[in-house]
Ligand binder design. Structure first.
Ligand SMILES: [Zn+2]
Length: 171
C-alpha cells in the first residue's frame, strides 16, 4: 500500500472524463488499496481515482467517524440509476480543493449500480451523507467539482485563489 499525492485545482486531470475499467484484477485491487490508504491518511471521507492522477472510473468512500471501525464502500464503474426529488444540503469539501467548504444541495437519495472489489455487480440505495458523497465522487469521474454548483463569480474566486497559490509555490 502506498499513499499517493493528491492533485489539487487547477490541475487539468481533474477536469477530464475518466475511462471505464475493463476488469477487476490484482493490479486494480492494489490501486484500490492505495486509494484507501491515501483517503484515510489525508484524512478524507471519499476519493476518486482522477484525484491521484489515474483516469479510471473508481471511487472509494468511508464517511464513518474516527472511532468507528473502517467500513469503506468501493465502487468500480459506478452509475447513478435514480435520484430523489427530495434534496439535502451538506457542507462539502474536497481533498483537491484544500481548506474550502460550501453548502451544496443534492438529491437526498441516490440509487447506484457498480462493480465491487470482487468484480461482482451490485446495486444499492444511498441516503444522507452517503448520497451526497457518492454524487460528489461520481462527479469527479466526469470532471465535475463541487464548486461547479456555486455561482460563477464564487467559483472563479476559488479557482483564482488556488491558481495564485500554485504560482507562488512554483517560485
Ligand atoms: Zn472531491
Amino acid at each position: 500500500m502506498a499513499i499517493r499525492p493528491i492533485l489539487t485545482i487547477p490541475d487539468r486531470l481533474l477536469r477530464k472524463k475518466a475511462n471505464p475499467i475493463e476488469r477487476v484484477d490484482e493490479e486494480l485491487r492494489r490501486l484500490i488499496d492505495d486509494m484507501l490508504a491515501t483517503m484515510y491518511d489525508a484524512p478524507g471521507i471519499g476519493l476518486a481515482a482522477p484525484q491521484i492522477g489515474v483516469s479510471r472510473r473508481l471511487i472509494v468512500m468511508d464517511p464513518a467517524k474516527d472511532e468507528a471501525p473502517k467500513a469503506p464502500i468501493i465502487m468500480v464503474n459506478p452509475e447513478i440509476l435514480e435520484r430523489s426529488d427530495e434534496l439535502r444540503v451538506h457542507e462539502e469539501g474536497c481533498l483537491s480543493i484544500p481548506d474550502y467548504t460550501a453548502e451544496i444541495e443534492r438529491p437526498a437519495t441516490t440509487r447506484v449500480a457498480y462493480i465491487d472489489r470482487e468484480g461482482r455487480k451490485q446495486e444499492t440505495e444511498l441516503k444522507g451523507i452517503w448520497s451526497t458523497l457518492v454524487q460528489h465522487e461520481i462527479d469527479h469521474l466526469n470532471g465535475i467539482l463541487f464548486i461547479d454548483y456555486l455561482s460563477r463569480l464564487k467559483r472563479e474566486m476559488v479557482v483564482r485563489k488556488y491558481t495564485k497559490q500554485k504560482r507562488a509555490e512554483a517560485l
